[in-house]
Structures are given as C-alpha cells and as structure tokens.
Design a protein around this ligand. Structure first.
Ligand code: FE2
Length: 304
C-alpha cells in the first residue's frame, strides 16, 4: 500500500481507504487496523477517558457491565475482532465493519441476524463533541456494550424481525402507490421508535433515571443534559406517542422517553409489530425523519 494512504488515517470523511471502497458499492469491509494514525488513537483515548466518569454517573448498570465484559481498550481504537471475541459468547451479537450508511432494511435485518453494522472511522481529534455521522466511538463505545446484555439483545433482534414483517406485509399490496405510501409511514414509525429507544432511551433503575440510548452514551455533553437538565421533558414511553413524534438530530433532544426494563422494551417492540399487522402504523403523523428513496427501495426490494 502506498505510504501516502498509510499516513492518512481513518478519520471521518477523510479516509481514502473507506471512500474508495464505498464508491464501488461494497458495504461490508474489513477493519484495516494498520491505517489508524497516532492522531486517530489519540482521539479515541480522549473520547474514552472523558466519558468514563460520566458513564459511572449516568449509564445503566447493564452498559457498565458490558464495558467491563468487552475489555475495551482505553488508549487505542479497538480491534473489532477482539471486541467480537468477548461479545459473541454472551449474546451471539457481532460488530461488522461497514463502509458507510446501510439502507434501512439492510440495517434492521442485520440486527435480526445479530450483526451490528459498525463504522470504522473515527471523528477528528479537534471535533470531539459533535458530528452528524456515526463513528467507531459512537458504534463501539455507545452501542456495542449494550449488545452484551441478553434482554436488550433480544429486544434488538425482535426489532429486526419487525422490518421483515413490514416488507412482507407490503409485498401483499397490489397497488404500487399505496404500497409505497404505507411502507413510508411504517419505516417512519420504526425509525422514530429506534430513535427514542436504542439511540436516546432512558430507563428507570432502582428509582433513578439512567441512560441506555447509544446517542446519549457516546455524547459527553448530552448524557449529563439528558438526566439533569430541567429543559428536557421525560415521560414513560407510550408507543402511540413515540411513533407519531418527530425529532431533529442537530441539537440536544428536548423530549426523552423512559422504559422500566429491557423486558418492557421487548414488549413494546412486540406491540409495535402487532400494531403494524393491524394497520396502525399506516398513517403516522408527518414530519421527521423523512424516509429517503434508498430506504424505501431497500424495503420494496427486500429478499424475503
Ligand atoms: Fe447509533
């Protein structure tokens, strides 16, 4: 490999290795560990070390146990193979490197198969706080420790099964326009549910509020804000609310939902699927997130 590529690192939006693969359309890749620059490892170390006290204060116990069980390195970007060696025996989940964004059906269907599509690039060391794209810190330090918990893992797999149900139900609709309209609404409902649980969920734990959503678990500022700020509205998760609630991704969330346990979360996913079958997700409230063409096509063309 030429020296110039080796020295360029795997920084978010500045990783020639990943970008050249993405242009070929290949989604699943390997993690070329030797390409991480000293600056990339430093970014991981800084992100990780400042989160540790916040995790101890605000994260749920299952996450803290997960961090211990995975033996994540504090001083260097983790190797996915190493992470999986600890993770797979616990719940069957595995982190799998991807070149970028996966269309919605492919992403959810991976969860059904206990595979978590994982970004391998890491944010620039000068921009630790905000980045619109996921990176390996969000995916591996924010999501993967949750996958060590059996009850949470089952809820995630069940959610993946809902995507398949959605594709199956839509394949039975003859009218193309109606099929696309209903599927768009169902994808929107699923994306909102995912957002308010897996990404930004709170849970009650021994009479305290704790964080289990990975968007919060990987954010130094928002994890504290989510629990302590009086600007945040926190309500018990009601399915009919969450699936009709829009959200914006570019600021701290003003509204968060609370579950009692991961068994509770699982029962909500079950109900999500039941409502899908009953047609209750066919016309959810308009608004964010918008469902893009690639996401819709991924469901329409799903191999069932
Ligand atoms: Fe995420």
């Amino acid at each position: 490999m030429p020296e110039t590529v080796l020295s360029e690192g795997l920084t978010t939006t500045q990783a020639p290795f990943v970008e050249s693969i993405r242009r070929t359309g290949q989604l699943f890749i390997h993690q070329p560990y030797e390409l991480y620059s000293p600056e990339n490892h430093r970014a991981w170390r800084n992100l990780y070390s400042r989160m540790v006290p916040r995790w101890r204060a605000y994260a749920n116990d299952h996450f803290l146990l997960g961090i211990d069980n995975l033996a994540l390195p504090e001083d260097a970007v983790p190797r996915l193979d190493e992470v999986n060696r600890f993770l797979k025996p616990l719940t069957g989940f595995q982190a799998k490197a991807v070149s970028g964004y996966l269309p919605a059906f492919a992403f959810f269907d991976c969860l059904r198969e206990r595979t978590f599509p994982t970004t391998i690039t890491i944010r620039h060391g000068a921009k630790l706080d905000y980045l619109p794209e996921p990176d390996i810190f969000h995916d591996v330090a924010g999501h993967v420790p949750m996958h060590t918990d059996r009850a949470f893992a089952e809820a995630l797999v069940r959610f993946g099964e809902c995507a398949r149900t959605a594709a199956e139900l839509s394949s039975e609709i003859a009218d193309e326009h109606l099929r696309a309209q209903r599927l768009t609404s169902i994808i929107k409902a699923m994306a909102r549910f995912f957002w308010f649980t897996v990404e930004f969920g709170l849970m009650r734990s021994r009479n305290e509020l704790k964080v289990y959503g990975s968007g919060l678990l990987s954010s130094f500022g928002e994890i504290q804000h989510a629990i302590e700020s009086s600007d945040v509205q926190r309500y018990p998760l009601q399915l009919e609310w969450a699936i009709n609630q829009s959200f914006a991704i570019d600021h701290y969330q003003p509204l968060l939902f609370v579950v009692d346990s991961f068994d509770h979360l699982f029962s909500l996913v079950d109900r999500l699927e039941k409502w899908m079958r009953e047609g209750k997700l066919n016309n959810v409230a308009p608004g964010e997130p918008e469902v893009n063409e690639a996401d819709l096509l991924s469901f329409l063309n799903a191999r069932l």
